[in-house]
Design a protein. Structure first.
Length: 286
């Protein structure tokens, strides 16, 4: 079947819309290019859904799912997928994305996005799950690269190659989280620029930037993708490299813990937008 990718997001910077900011956004209608929500927070109906309906009338909307568990060997929870489809049919988000991770097994949901080994067997499973999700939703989704804290001894496929093959086999797009690439590269001793270079640029439909924390351990520092601080200088540099490689892409500033004021969050979005607009000018001049 032919898959559409939604109505499309503008190649500008959006913010993750979290509950502390919903009322302020409704009341003040700030100059936001687009907003992203976790659809799992809106499956129950009620005031939250009514507020999202009002906001959807003002801004392009993206769904960034956290519960589809596309990395699960047991397959996708079809009941959850059906509820997500109903919400997507109602709101018609411009984009739907998920994580390369698993979070449910045996009917139990875990409150984590868990890693999977990169093998031919797991690639087959993820491709089946992504195909099922896209068929059910009737649209192309984006799959996000995770943050890495460990290596599986049995992994035989480099992560960027795994993602590239997934995109080629299923027709899905990729959500390139440059903070996750930075975290993974530092934790596992990889080359972040080489990781970017291995991704198929044509498949990249969106970019994420976020803050991270640094935990000092006996074995050295470990970076934690906690979305609880401003974007680091190193991640801004990597973001600029991504823009040079892929061209301007819709970009999201994520901030999910120690949530700041809306003005602070919008300030981070302006930092990204300045880089986006510069990349667009450079691409036009080339």
């Amino acid at each position: 079947m032919a898959l559409n990718g939604g109505q499309g997001l503008p190649a500008r910077t959006g913010i993750g819309l979290r509950s502390p900011h919903v009322a302020e956004v409704q009341a003040t209608r700030p100059a936001l290019s687009w907003v992203e929500v976790h659809p799992e927070n809106y499956l129950g109906g009620g005031p939250a859904v009514r507020a999202l309906e009002a906001i959807r009338g003002q801004y392009p909307l993206s769904f960034h799912a956290v519960g589809l568990s596309v990395g699960s060997a047991a397959g996708v929870d079809r009941r959850h997928l059906g509820r997500l489809k109903a919400l997507a049919d109602r709101f018609q988000p411009a984009m739907v994305s998920e994580h390369l991770a698993w979070s449910q097994a045996g009917g139990a949901y875990l409150n984590h996005l868990l890693p999977l080994p990169y093998t031919e067997e797991s690639l087959d499973a993820v491709c089946r799950n992504v195909d099922e999700v896209q068929t059910a939703l009737g649209r192309r989704i984006l799959v996000e690269n995770p943050s890495g804290y460990l290596r599986f001894a049995g992994s035989t496929i480099p992560e960027p190659e795994f993602l590239a093959t997934l995109a080629a086999r299923t027709g899905c797009g990729l959500l390139c989280d440059v903070n996750n690439i930075h975290v993974t590269a530092k934790n596992l001793g990889l080359d972040a620029r080489a990781y970017l270079a291995a991704l198929p640029g044509a498949a990249v439909g969106e970019i994420h930037v976020a803050g991270h924390s640094v935990n000092e351990t006996g074995g050295g520092p470990i970076l934690i993708d906690d979305h609880g601080s401003p974007v680091s200088p190193e991640v801004w540099v990597l973001y600029e490299e991504a823009l040079r490689r892929f061209g301007p892409r819709p970009t999201l500033v994520e901030w999910d813990t120690a949530i700041p004021t809306l003005d602070t969050l919008m300030g981070e979005a302006r930092h990204a937008d300045a880089r986006l607009l510069r990349a667009a000018r450079d691409a036009h001049a080339a």
